[in-house]
Design a protein around this ligand. Structure first.
Ligand code: MD6
Ligand code: FE
Length: 216
């Protein structure tokens, strides 16, 4: 490959298609990983990670918080987006410009121009935790994609079809990998397998996942 083959499309080099409208961008965020983790520390100082309760009353194994004008919450009343952190009653911390810029560049590289996220969920997985197959469908405008950024320990992402029973592909995600799904893939079932024990240089025994959505 000549060095300038992708000169005006730097994001094309590590783009892997998962399905129509769904892509993994390997290492897309690795150069700014430490900046993103510093922002996460500042956000969690104000809006701490917590184990939310599902509508069924179970505590989620994944610790979550949010930033942006809307945050995703779950409790006995159901799943929804709201402008305030339910623990403090205060607005969620602002979405850092570096987050917005990253989400927009990844969406663009996947062909979704003009993506402007208003909600970012921050998940912290510890060894032994997972997220079962689900659809992201609480957002109003399903023409907007989901942008998902992995930081820290590697974890296997499962990407399935539009029904829960369809077979899934297992995609190992490492530090800095970004997945974008939208268009005909927007409502595909997905999840992550149980996180294996490990120690990452930047995050220790944890994997962070940032998911960017347009929820309004
Ligand atoms: C992941 N996360 O951690 C995939 N969905 O790679 C999700 O699918 C997800 O982290 C809804 C809410 C939070 C999430
Ligand atoms: Fe999801």
């Amino acid at each position: 490959m000549t060095p300038d083959l992708f000169a005006d499309q730097p994001d094309e080099a590590a783009k892997v298609a998962l399905a129509e409208g769904a892509f993994v961008f390997r290492q897309f965020a690795s150069a700014i990983g430490e900046d993103l983790l510093r922002e996460i520390d500042q956000i969690t100082a104000v809006a701490p990670l917590r184990h939310m309760k599902t509508p069924g009353g179970h505590s989620m194994s994944v610790a979550m918080t949010c930033c942006g004008s809307l945050g995703w919450v779950t409790d006995a009343r159901g799943y929804r987006y709201q402008a305030e952190d339910p623990d403090s009653g205060a607005p969620w911390p602002e979405m850092p410009p570096a987050f917005i810029d990253l989400a927009r560049r990844a969406a663009n590289a996947a062909g979704y121009v003009g993506f402007t996220p208003d909600a970012c969920l921050i998940n912290c997985y510890e060894p032994g935790t997972k997220m079962g197959l689900h659809q992201d469908k609480n957002e109003r405008d399903l023409s907007q994609p989901i942008v998902s950024v992995s930081l820290g320990l590697p974890q296997v992402f499962q990407f399935g079809g539009l029904s829960r029973s369809e077979r899934t592909s297992n995609i190992p995600l490492g530090h800095g990998d970004v997945v974008v799904w939208g268009g005909p893939s927007r409502l595909r079932y997905h999840g992550v397998l149980t996180l294996k024990a490990g120690a990452h240089l930047l995050t220790g025994a944890c994997r962070y996942n940032l998911t960017f959505r347009c929820a309004r």
